[in-house]
Ligand binder design. Structure first.
Ligand code: PEP
Ligand code: MN
Length: 345
């Protein structure tokens, strides 16, 4: 519950209101919003105090507290947030298409892949240099060498680079090379990492944890916003359910549900939800139809030899075919896929 105080309310009157609430055994948070003083009241029985608070002369209005994630909420900002990444806008009418391998493996891998991704409509390249793997014996990524290969690909093919950061100690390094820092599902509630990406200026792609609720995802985004970075892109990537046929269960409803609650753009990752390339296109179409602002998709030039997530990676040809239909679905729901300008650098 929030008591909004009258403009020009004195410090003494504020202190009296705070004392009044604390004497009732409730907690108080005093904040400024648009130049107005607001007294948040929390605790058991807070509502019972509403009438008494409203009757105080310095209180203009008492209203129920809004969402616990204030900065990223629709109440705070109704306009959709557009996150600009170089020439690409995430959250505008045009869908943001991010594609690339699960992990960066070699220069040859990117050379065999990236031109075709761009030709098919991707404007941003994904690829992990630091990989969060379930097994310590699996390929962990090329680290700094992988970041350098991504930066080379950006220069050669004119794509922006999206890559994952695993820990707060790597944020400065990854931000040197990446255009967008990805916080993966396993790290969605790594609060130190959220604060660290919130303290630097690059946009953050925040993936939903595999066991996280929509509210928890929004609270994780709030950590980043509260640390000072409003350039946040959310990503639904499937949640863990009882169903073993797919790797995760894509929560398509999360897209419109998030859009009701937040002004932030929402992408969908059909690859980690599907777990098998055969299912990826259908999930991508569903995502676009449901109002996603774009897709992040795994594509590999030779998926059977991929060092991670080959089973769910599309071939470049499969990606091209999928994008042809994505364009049609986009048109049906009033969106577009903007093509990359021919690039010469
Ligand atoms: C990834 O994008 O390669 C990845 C590890 O995704 P997630 O964090 O969604 O599992
Ligand atoms: Mn992957």
């Amino acid at each position: 519950m929030i008591a909004v105080l009258r403009a020009g309310c004195t410090t003494r009157a504020k202190a009296e209101i705070v004392r009044f609430v604390e004497q009732a055994g409730l907690r108080v948070v005093v904040s400024e919003n648009d130049g107005r003083c607001e007294v948040g009241v929390a605790g058991e029985g807070a509502e019972a105090l509403a009438a008494a608070l409203a009757a105080l002369p310095e209180v203009e209005e008492v209203r129920p507290a809004g969402a616990p994630y204030r900065l990223v909420s629709r109440e705070h900002r109704d306009e959709p947030t557009r996150v600009k990444v170089d020439g690409v806008v995430v959250g505008g009418r045009a869908l943001a298409i991010i594609a690339g391998p699960c992990a960066v493996e070699s220069r040859e891998q990117l050379a065999a892949l990236v031109p075709s991704l761009v030709a098919s409509g991707a404007r941003m390249l994904r690829g992990g240099a630091f990989k969060p793997r379930s097994s310590p014996y699996s390929f962990q990524g090329l680290g700094r060498a992988g970041l350098e290969l991504l930066a080379e690909a950006r220069a050669a093919y004119g794509v922006s680079v999206v890559t994952e950061v695993l820990g707060p100690e790597d944020v400065a390094l990854v931000a040197e090379y990446a255009d967008v820092l990805q916080v993966g599902a396993r790290n969605m509630q790594n609060f130190r990492l959220l604060a660290a990406v919130g303290e630097q200026p690059r946009p953050v792609l925040l993936k939903r944890g595999m066991m996280a609720t929509i509210e928890e995802l929004l609270l994780a985004a709030e950590y980043i916003a509260a640390a000072g970075n409003p350039r946040i892109i959310l990503c639904e990537r499937g949640i863990r359910t009882f169903e073993p046929t797919t790797r995760n269960t894509l929560d398509v409803a999360a897209v419109p549900a998030l859009k009701e609650r937040t002004h932030l753009p929402v992408l969908v990752d059909p690859s980690h939800a599907a777990g098998r390339r055969e299912l990826v296109p259908a999930l991508a179409y569903a995502a676009v139809a449901a109002g996603a602002d774009g897709l992040i998709v795994e594509v590999h030039p030779d998926p059977d030899r991929a060092m991670s997530d080959g089973r769910q990676s599309l071939t470049p040809e499969g990606f091209r075919a999928m994008m042809d239909v994505v364009r049609q679905v986009a048109t049906a729901v009033g969106r577009t896929v903007e093509e990359a300008q021919p690039h010469a650098r």
